[in-house]
Design a protein around this ligand. Structure first.
Ligand SMILES: [Fe+2]
Length: 204
């Protein structure tokens, strides 16, 4: 009887663990898509390098999760579904305004903040998952797999937190400079046209 109770609670704990692992996997599936999109869009070389590295890590994270799901079994297969990443969604009008009027540099600054939000959210998810698995007395290898994933999220999140303000400053300073240069060129052109008009016989 007691064995039966133990078996039942073991399988229900395992079923919850597998559901949690699949949930994490669904977020990582979505994260791969986002990282690939960012890789094609980013205009900052060092961000590109880090994204390549983290994309590789994320694929390994998916593999770790898939492996643990298969080992724990419970009749559940590793999911290929994609969860929704916690990126803030501005009101539609504001979103359209931002998207239509932003420069590539401004867009990079917006997206770098979203990169950080996603990585921090992933870390929060893994921390919660590890705590839950410890409470459920899940097997150590599964907890270790989540700890490894958590570490990678924290390292990338820490890097983004440190580098984002520096990149934003660099990009926006450059943008201001370019605008100033553009204005100077425009004023010079207008000045030259005025001078030409003044000496041209057609203008007389
Ligand atoms: Fe990540």
């Amino acid at each position: 009887m007691s064995r039966q109770v133990d078996d039942n609670s073991y399988s229900s704990a395992n079923a919850i663990a597998v559901a949690g692992l699949n949930l994490a996997l669904s977020y990582e599936n979505a994260a791969v898509d986002r990282l690939e999109k960012r890789l094609s869009e980013t205009i900052v070389p060092e961000v590109k390098q880090k994204i390549i590295h983290h994309l590789d890590q994320t694929k390994n994270q998916q593999e770790r999760l898939r492996e643990r799901i298969k080992v724990l079994g419970m009749g559940m297969e590793p999911t290929s579904d994609k969860g929704r990443l916690p990126i803030p969604e501005p009101p539609q009008k504001l979103k359209m305004m931002i998207e239509s009027s932003s420069s590539d540099k401004e867009r990079e600054v917006w997206e770098s903040l979203n990169d950080l939000i996603v990585e921090r959210a992933e870390a929060i998810m893994y921390r919660g998952g590890i705590e839950a698995l410890q409470l459920l007395k899940a097997d150590k290898k599964t907890i270790k797999a989540l700890e490894k994933n958590l570490k990678e999220e924290e390292v990338f999140g820490d890097w983004l937190e440190k580098i984002n303000p520096k990149i934003a400053k660099r990009l926006l300073t450059k943008q201001i400079e370019e605008k100033k240069q553009g204005k100077k060129k425009m004023t010079k052109k207008i000045q030259e046209e005025k001078e030409e008009e003044a000496v041209s016989p057609a203008a007389v």
